[in-house]
Write a protein that binds this ligand. Sequence first.
Ligand code: SF4
Length: 173
Amino acid sequence: MKTKILISACLMGFKVRYNGQDKPLINSVLARWQQEQRLIVHCPELAAGLTTPRLPAELVGGSGPAALNGDAKIQESDGSDVSQAYLLAAFLALKTAQDSGCRLALMTDGSPTCGSTKIYDGTFQGVTQPGMGVAAALLRQNGIEVYAEGELPALIARIEALDGELTHEEDSY
Ligand code: SF4
């Protein structure tokens, strides 16, 4: 059995971002993983019913874990509170990962949903700060390892290690 990876749809070239664009991650390893049927391509925000294009959204008052606890909000650039839609996006990302048997995720950094090392600071001024989006936070709280696109080498090494463990487990039966 191969280790499966939940991957942000915009990294795979789907134009699902708030601005109607993608954020393709160009690396031959992705084509190989796709051929090996390891990739579960998912956009949590679209799954939650948000449309493309949509207004940009940022976490206000804290990072993903705080938003999951109701201690921070997700707002669009016009000030609308869209926390409920983004919490649904996080839940659907977790459900998709669990239903598909993903132990790992590769997600677009900086997003209020998929970001895993940085997020925008809630001022809509293009300023980032360390933090996680709501989906990345919920995945991690449930034991799924989340990698940003800048951490691809570490993810490749992790997959090789997990594949080795799975092969060893299968050989022991
Ligand atoms: Fe990409 Fe994630 Fe935003 Fe969807 S929710 S557009 S997959 S960063």
